[in-house]
Each structure stands twice: as C-alpha cells, then as structure tokens.
Design a protein around this ligand. Structure first.
Ligand code: 4NP
Length: 154
C-alpha cells in the first residue's frame, strides 16, 4: 500500500500526517509506504516548518524530508492520495489524469472518527495551538486509517 499526504506547502500538515501514519503503521506492524507533497512550489527543497517540527516532537514524532511539489504522475503512482483540506482536494482533482478512480484522491479527515470530512486547518499564519491541533488530528486519523487497512477495508 502506497499513500501520499498532500497539503499546500508540504512543510506543516502533510509532513505531520506522513510521520503519524508511519508511526501508526509501525505500531501495527503493517507495511505502508508513505510520502508527502505540496500543491504549491514556494517551499520546494525546504525542511518542515520549525514550529510544526517542535509540536510534533512533543509527542515523539520526528518530521523529516524536504518539501516537493505533487505531480500528476503521483496520482497514478499512489494507491491513496490524501488531501489536508478541500482546496488541496480541488487542486489535486484538477491535475488528475483522466480515468483516475474517484476514490483515489480523498480528504485525509474522511478517516477521522471525530471530525469526518473536515479540513486540517492551515496552521501557518496562526499561533502555537494550531500546530498542536494538527498533531492531534493527524495521529487520531492515522490510527483509524491503519485500523481500516489492517481490517482489509481499503
Ligand atoms: P502547509 O502549511 O500547507 O500545511 O505546509 C503552509 C505552509 C506555507 C504556506 C501556507 C501553508 N505559505 O503560504 O507559504
């Protein structure tokens, strides 16, 4: 199973979702290949945002990697492409190759047992609370995602 997390900049939300899914998959002992990318190109090559990295570290999650921009080929290559918000979802659908199955690209929080189909709010211009909220949502949603994969539902 290959899963790609996507947000706008690939420096806050999607690297956190990536690390949270890797953690949950490791704990469950299931093999998932996970990466992340951004719809925008502003931060390409940059490491994750320091504020996001600090919030993730508080719960033992390590963010790493360098930002990259999502490509149409990614949408073919990954089994699931999970958008952090509705704008990301719309942007991904606009570059999707024709014939791509509708359920290939979904909202990440369509798997959140506590807030299904909501956005992961962009924390970039807000205060510290926004970053810790991203961590909480990412871990909760990643846990449910792994449970569904483990149960053979995805
Ligand atoms: P992300 O957060 O999409 O969660 O990585 C953002 C990072 C950078 C910007 C916006 C959102 N920006 O406008 O530069």
């Amino acid at each position: 199973m290959r899963i790609l997390m996507v947000c706008l900049g690939n420096i806050c939300r999607s690297p956190t979702a990536e690390a949270a899914l890797r953690e949950a998959a490791d704990e469950a002992g299931i093999d998932i290949e996970v990466d992340s990318a951004g719809t925008g190109a502003w931060h390409v090559g940059n490491p994750p945002d320091e504020r996001m990295t600090a919030a993730a570290r508080e719960v033992g999650l390590t963010l790493d990697g360098a930002a990259r921009q999502v490509t149409p080929e990614d949408l073919d290559d990954y089994d699931l492409v999970l958008a952090m918000d509705l704008e990301n979802l719309r942007d991904l659908r606009s570059i999707a190759p024709t014939g791509l199955p509708d359920d290939r690209i979904r909202l990440f929080r369509s798997f959140d047992p506590e807030g299904p189909d909501e956005d992961v709010p962009d924390p970039y211009y807000g205060g510290p609370r926004g970053f810790s909220d991203v961590v909480t949502m990412a871990r909760r949603t990643a846990g449910e995602l792994v449970r569904r994969i483990d149960a053979g539902e995805l």
